[in-house]
Design a protein around this ligand. Structure first.
Ligand SMILES: NC(=O)c1ccc[n+]([C@@H]2O[C@H](COP(=O)([O-])OP(=O)(O)OC[C@H]3O[C@@H](n4cnc5c(N)ncnc54)[C@H](O)[C@@H]3O)[C@@H](O)[C@H]2O)c1
Length: 388
């Protein structure tokens, strides 16, 4: 069967640009796919950042420091864009209006207004595929958790918790970068950086987030810049959001946390859902392990641990006995995007939609209002308005 060629362009050749390029190179790792992605063009305002692409990827025919060159390139069908947050609302609408499919990075706009501007562009071009990057739900443990929640095996939902924790910011001598400054990272701080990863699966499972009470912390307020001079580090380091959620007839509390300073944790993404008949938990801290409990009235309450096989949305050449990791999850997400572009809708496992990104903005904007007022905030997803 011949596969559908998909010409890819990458705008922003930093940390994530390279990761996605590597995933594209590894596409043959997956079985039963219909698309054949090829990286054809890259763009970065700092051309030094394109050097790795030029050295390693022969298919890249266009290297430029002006993203509009990619928009004019007829060889480019779809664009992955990974630039600082203040640029999302500049570049994403231009990409969409140029008719290129977009896999945009979170938070999909630096703030509520920027997110609305991007969604308006997407609404103008319903013919253009627009998706948002978030890879952790493609871990086998996260997939199994989702399957268990969807099956109804947990009974009535009691509560859920999801978080994404880092700790390298505990070091006060860690130099500042754009991700620690409101002007480039946004008022959301750690929520903008980490939050979509945390709400992705709960939203996809159909949880509607109704109210939020937030506690946000700015723990390290100054950091050295490149010259060693101390400058303001004005973003929120940690966020704890107490949310009232609804799924079907169940109304229950959800605890979301995004932390830059969670001592001892490095890239820990986790989710736990408990119900009256069972519970399920997964964390990338222990990426092979799925923890489950099946509860029957009067019986023992016993958590079980299962070592998971390598099994995700798209089957791969990797044997089931081997371990699954971050770059595998990213490859699965890339597949969900390019396969959908090629006309094969991944259904439940499609990448984050603009509407889900919108729901995350309503939550984070509500969290900022809660922090300021000290009250819980009612989230109005229809109007995108918040009521104290
Ligand atoms: N999905 C994930 O797991 C994940 C992880 C980290 C970051 N991100 C997101 O990816 C995006 C980028 O983060 P990063 O860590 O790759 O940042 P980065 O700083 O490593 O890379 C950003 C790149 O964009 C380039 N750039 C800036 N302005 C540009 C412009 N106008 N045109 C072209 N290039 C431009 C910079 O020179 C830099 O090379 C952010 O939205 C961030 O939130 C996602």
């Amino acid at each position: 069967m011949s596969k559908t060629p998909v010409g890819i362009g990458i705008i922003g050749c930093g940390l994530m640009g390279r990761e996605i390029a590597s995933a594209i190179l590894r596409y043959a790792h997956l079985l039963d796919t219909h698309a054949q992605p090829e990286l054809r063009a890259v763009c970065d305002v700092n051309l030094d950042h394109t050097e790795w692409f030029r050295q390693n990827i022969a298919s890249v025919g266009q290297v430029t420091d002006d993203y509009r060159d990619l928009l004019a390139n007829s060889e480019v069908d779809a664009i992955y864009c990974a630039v600082p947050h203040h640029l999302h609302a500049v570049l994403y609408p231009d990409i969409i209006r140029a008719g290129k499919a977009l896999l945009g990075e979170k938070p999909f706009g630096i703030d509520d207004a920027a997110n609305r501007a991007i969604l308006a562009a997407a609404a103008e071009r319903p013919d253009v595929l627009v998706r948002v990057s978030s890879e952790f739900p493609y871990f086998p443990g996260a997939m199994r958790l989702a399957e268990r929640v969807r099956s109804g095996q947990l009974g009535r939902l009691i509560e859920a918790e999801a978080g994404f924790w880092h700790s390298s910011d505990l070091d006060p001598s860690k130099p500042i970068n754009w991700k620690r400054q409101v002007a480039t990272n946004g008022e959301y701080g750690c929520m903008g950086d980490l939050g979509l990863h945390v709400v992705h699966l709960p939203l996809r499972l159909g949880m509607r987030l109704e109210t939020v009470y937030a506690q946000l912390s700015n723990i390290i307020r100054q950091r050295p810049d490149a010259k060693g001079e101390m400058v303001a580090c004005d973003t929120w380091d940690n966020a704890q959001l107490s949310v009232r959620a609804r799924l079907g007839e169940d109304v229950f509390p959800v605890q979301f946390s995004t932390k830059r300073i969670a001592p001892g944790h490095g890239n820990t993404w986790f989710i736990r859902v408990t119900g009256t008949e069972g519970a399920v938990a997964f964390s990338t801290r222990n990426p092979k392990a799925l923890h489950t409990m099946v509860y029957r009235p009067g019986a023992a309450q016993t958590w079980q641990r299962e070592d998971l096989a390598y099994r995700s949305a798209y089957p791969a050449i990797t044997g089931a006995i081997f371990e699954f990791g971050f770059s595998d999850a990213l490859l699965q997400m890339v597949a969900a995007f390019v396969e959908e572009y090629a006309g094969h809708d991944p259904g439940f496992w499609r990448c984050v939609t603009p509407q889900e990104a919108r729901a995350s903005h309503v939550l984070f904007t509500g969290a900022l209002a809660s922090q300021q007022s000290g009250h819980a905030i009612v989230l109005d997803h229809e109007e995108g308005m918040l009521h104290a």
